[in-house]
Design a protein. Structure first.
Length: 113
């Protein structure tokens, strides 16, 4: 008889081998490490109807050029994404990240700021 592999409760961290394509290099630079999710967690049913109802009750009336506050959630190439409490994050380009000129978004702002 063959022994069945035992899954541990902690997720296994997978480190990518060598990035061959341009996309893989970009993904390694910006996406971080990949974490294996146990199949049992992937099979769970998610009901988004309550979430949709909550969003319908919110009023999102943002105007172009309006100044709003938010939290930096992700860096992109020459920009970052900001959670402003709307359905989708806001886009913050490099030229608007700082009053002083900077070469990289990460020089002006940090995650969760």
């Amino acid at each position: 008889s063959h022994a069945m592999p035992v899954m541990s409760a902690t997720p296994e961290v997978q480190t990518p081998a060598v990035a061959n394509s341009r996309f893989e290099k970009f993904q390694m630079k910006w996406k971080g490490i990949k974490v294996a999710v146990p199949q049992s967690e992937m099979d769970e049913e998610v009901d988004y109807s309550d979430f949709d109802d909550l969003l319908k009750d919110q009023s999102f009336s943002f105007e172009r050029g309006e100044t709003v506050t938010g939290t930096i959630i992700q860096f992109e190439h020459n920009s970052c994404l900001v959670d402003i409490g709307a359905k989708a994050p806001a886009y913050l380009p490099l030229r608007e990240c700082s009053l002083a000129p900077v070469d990289d978004v990460e020089d002006a702002v940090s995650l969760d700021q």
